[in-house]
Design a protein around this ligand. Structure first.
Ligand SMILES: [Zn+2]
Length: 233
């Protein structure tokens, strides 16, 4: 039975993505979301998604790659998204430990606009830049993406409710989540992820979350799987 779901992985970086998928299935991982990080891997992600059942994909520019973008990236991204109506947008965001914050902000804003215009969800990476992310979300309040997924969420628990109410937010967790953060999020908003090229890693990460919540693993994974299904519709 497929119990687990991986809301954020980078299968495109695996030496052999087919093997990594096979191994994950053997460990009970069902739904998988493969997140691109730069224009160079958009086609690999699209190929993986088109060749496998229940593997979903996102295309986008990660803040670490905001300074080495290709010309016309925006047109290319829009074209891929229009050709693939089920693709979402990610991973995008801001990271204060990487240079050129102004460029990161420009690239994130441009991708948020594409997400809103094409009605795709966004998968957000944010490290140490919550004020700036919240400002970007707020500035876009009249044209929002249908939902947001905060990957490896590490923000203040005080912003959770607002993110849910105003931005239809979900929160996904990999290894070492903060117990107080997990406990502050409504269960129907929690997702699990591997954040690696090996989706099998999500099995241990889901077990950790079940332990933190003192919940039966089957119960947790079935709720989380449901949450991811809602997001991907
Ligand atoms: Zn990632």
């Amino acid at each position: 039975m497929l119990l687990f779901s991986d809301a954020h992985c980078h299968l495109q970086n695996a030496t052999n993505p087919d093997m990594a998928i096979k191994q994950a299935r053997a460990h009970g991982v069902g739904k998988i979301v493969c997140a691109a990080t730069c224009p160079d891997d958009w086609h690999s992600v699209c190929n993986i998604v088109s060749q496998h059942h229940d593997i979903h994909g996102t295309v986008g520019i990660h803040p670490w790659h905001a300074t080495n973008i290709v010309p016309m990236w925006r047109d290319k991204m829009i074209q891929i998204l229009i050709q693939n109506p089920k693709l979402q947008i990610g991973e995008i965001g801001l990271d204060k430990y990487h240079p050129n914050m102004d460029t990161q902000i420009d690239i994130m804003c441009a991708q948020m606009k594409i997400a809103a215009d094409l009605k795709r969800g966004v998968w957000i990476h944010c490290v140490g830049a919550w004020d700036k992310i919240l400002k970007i979300l707020k500035d876009q309040r009249n044209n929002r993406p249908p939902y947001t997924v905060f990957h490896k969420f590490n923000g203040d628990v005080g912003i959770i409710e607002r993110l849910i109410n105003e931005y239809n937010a979900y929160f996904s967790f990999a290894n070492n989540p903060k117990p107080q953060t997990i406990a502050a999020i409504p269960i129907e908003r929690i997702l699990t992820e591997s954040d690696s090229d090996t989706p099998t890693d999500v099995v241990q990460n889901a077990q950790n979350i079940a332990n933190i919540l003192n919940m039966d693993l089957n119960q947790l994974t079935s709720i989380v799987n449901n949450n991811l299904t809602k997001v991907l519709i």
